[in-house]
Ligand binder design. Structure first.
Ligand code: MN
Length: 396
């Protein structure tokens, strides 16, 4: 038997206990929980076959009472002696995509980000569109290209046309960017023809992950009118492998920024669902930004209420993300198009000037939040490296 030693400064103490899907060499992917620098095999210890599955979906579908019960049992389990064969050093496992993604929606809920992009994409016009403070603006993304942290990202090809180009050209994106976001995973879905109210958020949503919404700005700026993002976003979206339960974020809860004007009744919250989560973005190992999630205008409860107000159903495994998290300061911007102001203000990365991503560049997004008992909890990381474009045949 093993007793897991949890250092006082570990971001994966008993107040966190995030779930993920892991494998060891020669074994099948199954559900584990992270404790300090170890992964505890829940398939081998809890005696429920939902943990032997290669995704969290079956467990998530069991609902909030079961999530709470399992969280209690896991806390007891890892506080005592655990069978040796169920404990693996985190460096010796492979982490997999933790969920089978149902639908994927991406919002645009940071006022700082939306205003900065408004200034960059529509100079001379008001930075926010008239709808922005009345509803959480979003779009439906491509669920099938959500990948787990560590997956290499092939530079996308596509059409691009700068404002003064006479015609579009085809080729690898030259303005490849990141978006540092927080993602929320639906645990229990809702039927077609019904709405999810804001106060149902903790019953419906299982947990949160880090998201990097890779974005090809040159493809995006040519294609997005009038229907929004399409191929400039859909080539890949990376998520972190550890799903932090909403219950672990209780000490991180804060009010979202004041709402002016007051939103329509279905978007009014009786409880605050903002979170004081500090994110960090590293570009080739250099810390370039610390986006503050607490600045996000719309809460994930409001996003879910809005996403279903037309009667759209939700399913276990649906993923919805906040949109780029940016704060008011230059060093709090969660996308490089903002950080370098459209490429006009390069940043110094280890002696090299950078505006957008070069082949071989690697981006790592991390985050921490206040946990129970005064310690901080961590989300782990979402990491991705850019590979050169393939099939660049000029679009023939
Ligand atoms: Mn995004």
């Amino acid at each position: 038997m093993t007793t897991i030693d949890i250092p006082d400064d570990s971001l994966f103490g008993l107040g966190n206990l995030p779930y993920g899907v892991f494998s060891t060499p020669g074994s099948r992917p199954r559900v584990g929980v992270r404790v300090a620098d170890f992964v505890v095999d829940l398939a081998a210890t809890l005696g429920d076959e939902v943990f032997a599955r290669p995704t969290l979906n079956a467990f998530m579908a069991q609902g909030r009472r079961r999530w709470d019960e399992v969280r209690r049992r896991v806390g007891e389990l890892v506080s005592g002696e655990v069978p040796d064969t169920a404990v693996h050093p985190v460096g010796e496992v492979t982490m997999h995509l933790p969920i089978e993604v149902g639908d994927y929606v991406d919002f645009y809920a940071s006022e700082h980000h939306a205003s900065n992009l408004g200034r960059l994409f529509r100079p001379g016009s008001p930075p926010l569109m008239p709808n922005w403070k009345h509803l959480p603006v979003g779009y439906h993304g491509r669920a099938g290209t959500v990948v787990v942290s560590g997956t290499d990202i092939v530079r996308p090809c596509g059409q691009r046309k700068a404002a003064d180009d006479p015609a579009p050209a085809f080729g690898p994106s030259r303005r490849l960017d990141i978006e540092a976001e927080l993602g929320f995973i639906v645990g229990t879905g809702s039927p077609l023809g019904t709405r999810v109210r804001c106060d149902e958020f903790p019953e419906r949503v299982f947990g949160a992950v880090l998201v990097n919404d890779w974005s090809a700005r040159d493809i995006q700026s040519w294609e997005y009118v009038p229907l929004g993002p399409f191929l400039g976003k859909s080539f890949a979206t990376s998520i972190s492998p550890w799903v932090v339960p909403i219950a672990a974020l209780e000490a991180a809860r804060v009010d979202t920024p004041p709402k002016d004007p007051e939103p329509l009744p279905y978007l009014r919250e009786t409880e605050p669902w903002g979170f004081d989560i500090e994110m960090a973005v590293e570009w080739n190992g250099r810390l370039v930004s610390r986006p503050p999630y607490r600045e996000i205008y719309w809460s994930p409860a409001q996003m879910l209420a809005h996403m279903t107000v037309n009667g759209a159903s939700t399913r276990t495994g649906d993923l919805y993300a906040s949109g780029t998290v940016s704060g008011p300061r230059q060093d709090q911007r969660g996308a490089f198009i903002e950080l370098t102001w459209g490429g006009a203000e390069p940043v110094d990365i280890n002696g090299e000037k950078r505006t957008f991503l070069e082949d071989g560049d690697e981006v790592v997004i991390t985050a921490t939040a206040p946990g129970s008992d005064g310690r901080r909890i961590g989300f782990g990381e979402v990491r991705g490296r850019i590979l050169p474009a393939v099939d660049d045949d000029g679009g023939r």
